[in-house]
Design a protein around this ligand. Structure first.
Ligand code: FEO
Ligand code: CA
Ligand code: CA
Ligand code: CA
Length: 636
């Protein structure tokens, strides 16, 4: 999701509100109730349960935070750029000044605002950790630091047709072959597998919504193919070696009046306001809802890409629901069904799960083809007693009836949010990434923050009014540990893993381990991954509002140091850390440094020229590889 200036609390506002909340906490029964609600989890981290000096299993010297124009990594580690905005991906292309790049050049070069990263080993099916495909989402563009003379507010009115075309070619997804030689990762520029997906690439539409009347446009009267993908945020990797890239909310990318459509209440529920922030509708009528009313229905899906086959057609899998998809984490359940966990990243949205109807057979990778087209989508309800239920979203059951506007399963999926409302799902503090710990089988869901939360809307799993700091929910499937966990069960138990925030500020209600240092606490978690040993690595998005850099923190989830974060890496000013991803052997941690310098008013007043620092270059979002200088496993 693009963080608009309105989304970012001014730090002075944050501090003022913290101060006033201290008084509020002392005097308000409602707020004390909220603290009590988190108390059963807080008790895990306080008092005698953990020694102050509990040893982290993460073997590195914690980085000291420096909030400046460069990235930083812990002593004994390197963090080198592997590939960044505008880098060549085709034989014969050379380096380029991204400030002079045309749309045609951008179409063949690495995209902007790198987000999710999947490392896909080469050859396919291997566990190779020095040669693979780096599959990277390019979420959106930060036009105020790409083009001269425009603030964020100027973008919709100042972008020219050529600049809009550059933006449209800079988003989507990039696949690049990479190799590690003498410990350093580099791009194989002439690889036939290097590929860009943009707002002009053709995608197939599959699953229950394919061919629905609401999906038909003048470009595609069949409702089965669509040009482009947009706001590709998080993602996932399937057991059969494809990549899921998630469309996270196309609402601000369309112009026109939703009242002219047959489904204004649906577009309103999905946030479409005709703002046309990137001036796409101004130059292309397909982004004008008044002219092409069904086009918005063709975004906000999970897209499956086969990176190993450069001729393959990517597919939007509608069975996984329509929402601001943050990510799509897959688990091969012990019975062979494939489970996908997904968060809908917007205020008070929900947590979802998909369970495939058919079984995946690892001995026959072809059995994964179209497996994600049939199955059951469910939405989460968290109960105050520490249990949770997955409510199936099946047409004809419960409130999902013809009378309520759900005439088919396609209707349920096109209106996923409305169906989840009807089922009474639990509204969350902006669900971002979800991941499963491969060692324990427990599932973690990040709630990044929710400044709109108020005392009257709190629930047992979202416990803080004006949650500026975010938290991580732990979900425990029944059936056993690791591979024995049953990710298809109707009910799990849950816990609050950590409430983020500065532990020295009691107003945050932070529940990090008591041994957490001044460098180790974090705010606004967004993405996470696990290393081969099952240690969590969290990437943050929004820490700059607290005058600290965004970065990557290792966190134990088990043992005496459970909930103890340690700082490994920080971003330059304006950038978030995202897309953390390990090689199978754990020796490299890839991280996207997204939107460096985005906090700058304009290109003429940059907070950083990361990563090139030539004196005149533009800042460039880029993927870095974090490696130990001795080549051994990270944090081990
Ligand atoms: Fe694109 Fe939810 O961050
Ligand atoms: Ca982002
Ligand atoms: Ca994100
Ligand atoms: Ca985010």
């Amino acid at each position: 999701m693009r963080n608009t200036p309105q989304d970012r609390p001014d730090i002075r506002t944050v501090i003022a509100e913290r101060v006033s909340r201290r008084g509020f906490l002392l005097g308000s029964g409602a707020a004390l109730g909220a603290v009590a609600a988190q108390g059963f989890v807080g008790s895990l981290f306080s008092g005698a349960a953990h020694a102050q000096d509990a040893a982290s299993s993460l073997m590195f010297s914690e980085l000291t935070r420096v909030f400046d124009d460069n990235h930083h990594v812990a002593d004994g580690y390197d963090a080198r750029v592997v590939v960044g905005w505008g880098d060549p991906m085709k034989a014969g292309d050379g380096p380029i000044d991204v400030g002079t790049m045309t749309a045609a050049q951008q179409a063949d070069r690495f995209g902007y605002n790198c987000d999710y990263v999947a490392y896909m080993p080469l050859p396919r099916g291997s566990q190779t950790s020095d040669h693979g495909l780096l599959c990277v989402n390019n979420e959106y563009v930060s036009a105020n630091v790409m083009f001269p003379g425009m603030t964020e507010d100027d973008v919709p009115t100042m972008l020219t047709a050529e600049q809009v075309a550059i933006c449209n070619m800079a988003i989507g997804h990039s696949v690049v072959e990479i190799k590690r030689v003498d410990g350093v990762w580099g791009v194989v520029q002439d690889s036939a597998m290097n590929r860009r997906f943009t707002l002009e690439t053709e995608f197939a539409i599959s699953g229950p919504v394919a061919g629905h009347d609401w999906m038909k446009t003048s470009y595609d009267p069949t409702g089965t193919k669509v040009r482009g993908t947009n706001y590709n945020c998080g993602g996932g990797v399937t057991p059969w070696g494809t990549v899921l890239t998630c469309e996270e909310g196309a609402s601000d990318t369309f112009g026109g009046d939703i009242a002219t459509t047959a489904f204004p209440e649906v577009l309103e529920r999905y946030g479409f306001d005709g703002s046309d922030y990137y001036a796409r509708a101004k130059f292309d009528p397909r982004f004008d809802i008044s002219k092409e009313p069904n086009e918005p229905n063709r975004f906000d899906w999970v897209v499956e890409i086969d990176p190993y086959d450069p001729t393959s057609t990517p597919v939007k899998r509608t069975a996984l629901g329509r929402m601001a998809h943050e990510a799509a984490t897959t688990v091969l359940n012990k019975d062979g069904r494939v489970v996908v966990y997904m968060g809908d990243d917007d205020y008070f949205e929900y947590v979802y799960r998909f369970v495939s109807e058919s079984i995946y057979d690892p001995a026959n990778p072809a059995s994964g083809k179209d497996l994600l087209d049939a199955g059951t989508l469910s939405v989460a309800v968290y109960n105050a007693d520490g249990t949770m239920n997955w409510l199936p979203m099946v047409q004809g059951t419960g409130p999902l009836t013809v009378e309520n506007g759900f005439a088919s399963q396609a209707d349920v999926l096109l209106k996923t949010r409305l169906a989840a409302d009807a089922l009474g799902a639990t509204p969350m503090d902006r669900p971002e990434d979800m991941e499963t710990n491969p060692v324990t089988g427990r599932v973690y869901a990040i709630m990044t923050k929710n400044k709109k939360m108020s005392a009257d809307k709190l629930n047992s799993v979202n416990t803080r009014p004006e949650n500026f700091w975010g938290h991580i929910v732990e979900m425990i499937p029944p059936g056993g540990v690791g591979a024995d966990a049953d990710h298809t069960a109707d009910s799990y138990t849950w816990d609050l893993f950590v409430l983020a925030g500065n532990p020295k500020d009691p107003a945050t209600g932070s529940t990090f381990h008591p041994a957490t240092t001044d460098n180790g606490w974090f705010v606004t978690p967004d993405n996470l991954t696990f290393d081969p040993k099952g240690r969590m690595f969290v990437a943050t998005d929004g820490a700059n509002d607290f005058d600290i850099p965004d970065g990557v923190y290792g966190v134990d989830t088990e043992g005496a140091a459970r909930g103890l974060p340690k700082l490994l890496f920080t971003c330059p000013m304006g950038a978030e850390a995202t897309g953390p991803c390990f090689t199978p052997d754990g020796t490299t941690l890839f991280v996207s440094v997204q939107h460096p310098a985005e906090d700058s008013a304009t290109l003429e007043d940059l907070t950083t020229r990361w990563p090139d620092f030539t004196g005149t270059n533009l800042p460039r979002p880029a993927v870095v590889a974090i490696t130990r200088q001795d080549g051994m496993e990270v944090a081990s």
